[in-house]
Ligand binder design. Structure first.
Ligand SMILES: [Zn+2]
Length: 128
């Protein structure tokens, strides 16, 4: 099996989650920690017993990037746009779109939108 194929199938539960407007992540049944990228083993303790869980959709902005030049034709119509990395409440980090002006540390909640047939995440500011 090729590496590419492995990675595609490992990420499939995450992609399936987006279709259902859910953020899914791998959680280790040994140490209980969440990991950001799907893997065969836990990135924290190396155990190979991982299960998929669904996030609450809430987290805090960890990093913000404004993309002025879209990487592909599919995203050109959206540019400029804001991408964020959000640390979910459960500990996994997830990348998504966000409204312009979001700042690091702000609480956000995931919403979803369809762009040319792709399910994408957009994090909205969580108003207290
Ligand atoms: Zn672990």
């Amino acid at each position: 099996m090729s590496t590419e194929h492995m990675q595609a199938s490992l990420a499939q539960p995450y992609l399936d989650g987006l279709v259902h407007h859910q953020i899914r992540f791998q959680s280790c049944t040994t140490c209980g920690r969440a990991q950001t990228f799907a893997h065969d083993a836990c990135e924290h303790c190396g155990a190979e017993r991982l299960e998929w869980k669904t996030s609450s959709g809430r987290g805090r902005v960890h990093a913000v990037t404004v993309v002025s030049r879209a990487p592909s034709d599919a995203f050109r119509a959206l540019a400029p746009y804001t991408l964020v990395v959000v640390e979910m409440q459960e500990g996994a980090r997830v990348m998504g779109h966000a409204a312009a002006g979001v700042r690091i540390g702000e609480p956000v909640v995931a919403s979803y939108f369809d762009h040319l047939g792709q399910n994408l995440i957009r994090f909205e500011k969580l108003t207290p």
